[in-house]
Every structure is written in structure tokens, then in C-alpha cells.
Design a protein around this ligand. Sequence first.
Ligand SMILES: Nc1ncnc2c1ncn2[C@@H]1O[C@H](/C=C/CNC(=O)c2cc([N+](=O)[O-])cc(O)c2O)[C@@H](O)[C@H]1O
Ligand SMILES: [Mg+2]
Length: 214
Amino acid sequence: TQTTRPQRMLAAVQKNATRGDPRSVVKAIDQFCRQKEWAMNVGDEKGCILDSVVTEVNPATVLELGTYCGYSTVRIASLLPPDAKLITLEFNPHNAAIARQVIAWAGLGDKIQLVEGASGDWIPKMKEKFGIETFDLVFLDHWKDRYLPDTKLMEECGLLRKGSILLADNVISPGTPDYLEYIRNSPRYKSQYFRSHLEYTKAEDGLEKSVFLG
Ligand SMILES: Nc1ncnc2c1ncn2[C@@H]1O[C@H](/C=C/CNC(=O)c2cc([N+](=O)[O-])cc(O)c2O)[C@@H](O)[C@H]1O
Ligand SMILES: [Mg+2]
């Protein structure tokens, strides 16, 4: 029977990456996407910008919106300090199942909590369910029309504190115009665009890094 692309990506990880070595998992996925099949991971070029932001912020609490197969989840978690927690939300059960196996292969199960469900349902539950007060870093990489509503929801739920960082993928391609317009014009954020390319292509894309000012 026909396999899915996430299944083929997982197979590539299990074949080419070393168990317990997160960076080899990242490398195996990038190799699969460059040589075999394109997939919507943040990728190696934007991934380097992601790495530098994670390293600079050195977050104790991270929220990722849109796990997909776990590429950026593993990439971020591999750079976190010992007691840091990363919560990642994914509502597609098939993608969640693949991501769990990718995360397990990387040996990062104790740093990452994958929650199967919709961001709109789970953002309001972060405090009661996970004892999270605020997030130091949020990585937005889910459906592009959810970036703005979910950002407003995080504000309303008090999940952002002065200095919290929002890092958004795909602000050019596929694009998140309403989010960009809001975040660049709001007095509550200071934003910076990191120009790059759409993963594994020559098309323009970039990451928008925004600091919540409180
Ligand atoms: N509200 C929500 N709550 C929880 N999980 C959710 C969610 N909305 C979407 N998801 C999940 O997040 C992933 C979607 C990513 C959309 N990215 C994209 O559509 C995308 C497209 C291109 N592209 O077309 O070139 C390039 C990229 O880098 C991209 O991230 C999927 O796994 C989906 O199930
Ligand atoms: Mg993306």
C-alpha cells in the first residue's frame, strides 16, 4: 500500500540518522528533502537563523505551533538548556504519530511535550494543564491564517511577558500578510525581518522575530 510523505521522511531518519543524535536527525531530513522529496520543514537555511535565535534567547519555556514531522521541534530542543520545556501542538493525528517517532529517534522525548490538538483549543489551557506561566519563545509554523488569531489569543491568555519572543516562519512565502501588518504596526511589539529562502528552494522567504514589549 502507498506510504505517505511523512512516513517516507521517518524511514529516511531511521535509515540515515544515529539514534540519540538530534543533529543527525535534522541532517537526514534535510538530505531527504533536498535529494528525494520537498517537504514543509523550516529547512537548513532558515534553520540556522532559528538556531541563532534559540541560542540567543536561551528559553526555559518554548511553544511551537504546528509540529508537522518534528524537524524544527528537534532542531530547537537540541539547543535548549537542561531543564527547559518545549510544548508543540499538532492537530493532525498522522503527523503527530510520525513526529513522536522522529522525536524519540533523536532521544529528546524528555524535553518535548507533543500535544495532539488545535492551537485555538490548547493555548487557553497552557497554564492549567502544563503549569506554564509565560513562554520565553514561540515558534509559529502552522496554518498561515492562524498566526494572527493565535497571537491575539496568547496575549489574552497572558502567555506573553515583557521580552517574550515570537518567531514566525513563512512571512513571505506562502505569506502571512495579516499577521505581519499587525505585528509590525502594533506598539506592543518590536519586529525584525530575517531575509532567507523558502526551504530547499531559491524563492524568497524569511522569519519575522518580534519582541513583546508588555
Ligand atoms: N491550528 C493548528 N493547531 C495545531 N496544529 C496545526 C494547526 N494548524 C496547522 N497545524 C498543523 O501544522 C502543520 C501545518 C503547517 C502549515 N505550513 C505550511 O502550510 C507551509 C507551507 C509552505 N509552502 O507551501 O511552501 C512552506 C512552509 O514552511 C510551511 O510551513 C500541519 O502538520 C498541520 O496539521
Ligand atoms: Mg514553515
